[in-house]
Design a protein around this ligand. Structure first.
Ligand code: SF4
Length: 368
């Protein structure tokens, strides 16, 4: 079977066929792994929402915010307050996010200068080190970074992330979602993911569904991610994230993506990567359909915060862990907390720096 036939074959699978195949795949895991679903207890630090891109579905970047909602540069005092609360609530992962290259904007540059930093990256690095010194495990996702910068920041991150979203070139054409987003160019995203692989950074990527791509596009991208992982073996999870409509954004599709298509994509992702990469679903975006996602082989519910919001979808609140636990139990799974670096990468050579290892030792003894 050639590649095109394989893609078409996957696209035609029914949900029943997908469920059957993923059961077989999961059964290849050792007994103590196959019935486990994971999540990470985290808190979010939105360092800046200035962004050089202007994706038409975005609700995070500064253009979408009212004056008092704009984050030019997240204040250090506020970060310290968040850390204190995160300690109280036993969060281990600090998700650091930002618009891409915020220091391309004069206002951010000025703010950085007033705090003694030359560029945004210096501030980012400083925050990662600060978090580690307080026994949090940073996971940075701030858009494209050069190889040199990735190399510098690797030692201070348990894992890092960058969504592939979609590599479909049509999305860059006039009137489409990435028309004004040079940073979303697939060659740049792929280069970034490759560089993370060369540097042995445990990595998160994923697809954004419902932004003008087709099922065939999604399947091609899943094969692309698989190929990157086959080469570098560094991708720990693939997020299957659906676009959610929000007030006042430019992207407003007549028909939102059907839940059945999201479930199907998650199942196809599992069939393509089998057990080599975990499949993650953000539980706040698929409320009411968790069981169906478990049946198509998802492995993980991602970062769930007890006190900070989902900055990308602020109207979608996080579910209670106890609620998810019950759903998992009813389907024969056990919901367990994990760290932002998966166990597999803790064991793999050179994927964890000594700085991360110090914090890990603390958590491995204390995680429930
Ligand atoms: S790159 Fe991210 S933050 Fe920037 S506009 Fe696009 S979705 Fe928004």
């Amino acid at each position: 079977m050639n590649f095109i036939e394989a893609i078409n074959g996957l696209a035609k699978l029914s949900l029943r066929e997908i469920r059957k195949k993923v059961r077989e795949i999961k059964n290849e895991l050792p007994h103590d792994e196959r019935d486990i679903i994971t999540f990470s207890k985290n808190f979010t630090i939105p360092l800046s929402n200035y962004c050089i891109n202007n994706c038409s579905y975005c609700y995070f970047n500064h253009r979408m915010k009212t004056q008092n909602e704009i984050i030019t540069l997240f204040d250090l005092k506020k970060i310290k307050k968040l850390m204190a609360k995160a300690h109280q609530l036993n969060c281990k992962e600090a998700l650091i996010m930002s618009g891409e290259h915020p220091d391309q904007f004069q206002i951010v540059k000025k703010r950085l200068k007033s705090r003694g930093f030359k560029q945004f990256f210096d501030y980012l690095l400083y925050i990662c080190k600060l978090l580690l010194s307080k026994e949090f495990l940073p996971h940075t996702n701030v858009g494209y970074l050069s190889y040199d910068k990735l190399e510098q920041i690797k030692d201070y991150n348990a894992s890092m992330g960058l969504m592939l979203e979609s590599s479909q070139p049509r999305l860059f054409k006039k009137g489409n979602v990435h028309e004004e987003s040079p940073g979303k160019r697939p060659d740049k995203r792929i280069e970034f993911i490759k560089n993370a692989g060369k540097l042995r950074i445990p990595f998160t990527t994923g697809l954004l569904l419902g932004i003008g791509e087709s099922m065939i596009d999604r399947i091609k991208d899943l094969f692309l991610i698989k190929e990157l992982n086959d080469e570098y073996e560094h991708i720990q999870e693939i997020i299957i994230q659906n676009f959610i409509s929000k007030p006042n954004i430019r992207y407003n599709p007549k028909t939102p993506i059907a839940i059945g298509n999201i479930i199907k994509t998650a199942g196809i992702a599992k069939i393509i990567v089998e057990n080599s990469i975990k499949i993650q679903i953000p539980p706040n975006l698929i409320t009411g359909y968790e069981k169906q996602f478990l049946k198509v082989g998802i492995d993980d519910f991602g970062g769930i915060s007890p006190f900070t919001r989902d900055e990308i979808n602020p109207y979608k609140t996080w579910p209670e862990i106890e609620h998810l636990k019950k759903i998992c139990k009813a389907e024969g799974f056990e919901l367990k907390e994990r760290l932002p670096i998966y166990d597999k990468f803790i064991r793999k050579k050179n994927f964890m720096s000594s700085q991360i290892n110090n914090v890990m030792e603390f958590y491995c003894n204390n995680i429930s």
